[in-house]
Design a protein around this ligand. Sequence first.
Ligand SMILES: [Zn+2]
Ligand SMILES: [Zn+2]
Length: 312
Amino acid sequence: MTPATPSTLDQTLTVAPERKGGGEQVALALFIGIPFLALLAAIPVAWGWGLGWHDIVIAVVMYAIAGHGITVGYHRHFTHGSFKASRALKIALAIAGSMAIQGPVVRWVADHRRHHAFSDRDGDPHSPWRYGETIPALAKGLWWAHTGWLFDVEQTPRSKYAPDLMADEDLRRIDRAFPLIVAGSMLLPAVVGGLWSMSWQGALTAFFWASLVRVSLLHHVTWSINSICHTIGERPFKSRDRSGNVWWLAVLSMGESWHNLHHADPTCARHGVEKGQVDSTARVIWAFERLGWATDVRWPVAKRIDARRISA
Ligand SMILES: [Zn+2]
Ligand SMILES: [Zn+2]
């Protein structure tokens, strides 16, 4: 179905990355940058009547809770087993991740484990290289990797990729409660915003910024790991795919954009392993470990990391 067969991709993997043309880089930057700048431009326009400090605080808190629910919970714990969680923490992480509205935990984990099993080859649910390596094929592939794949009628078999999670009664219950958690995630900001300002206007603006804008921004940041971080970025580590480290997504993605290291060492609890690489997800795991809620954390081991460096 796809021209990017494993054998053709093998010849151009991270060991010998190809350089991209300048025009391609500019087009990519424009498509990523302009809609985001438009959102930023809306902030001063709305300030004072359609947006205030309350909305910002609620949006940031909701983004951090749902975002780390995905990165700490869905990704590093449930998908990769980077640490063991107490039962209460496991339940809290599954609920927090569900609040991001990226699907129930078992479905998300099954897709992501399949991504690692086939990264950038046939079978990867969201490789930007799916349609080939020419610029039109890559443009189509980027769209597919970012959002298109979500509409694929073919689904990853959960029983094959996440039987451990399907056997967990707590997670089955949280999966069943997914629509309820979604409703809560959308309505909670309005309730807090309304009570905080004691006004309907406060409820409405909090709903707009801390529900709609927050969910949308987090969706795009998560999807950017699949699209942008498999197309551009530094590749200092050996991996079987085209994953890259993209520094400018580190804060918004909570450390997930150090994606080349992640594919080189998937169970590692810290993705930003180098000095100065922001990884708030690793910080949160560290705090959970201090509290005694997370154990057996797989912190980076210098020898293991060094063995995966391309220059090594
Ligand atoms: Zn990946
Ligand atoms: Zn992963």
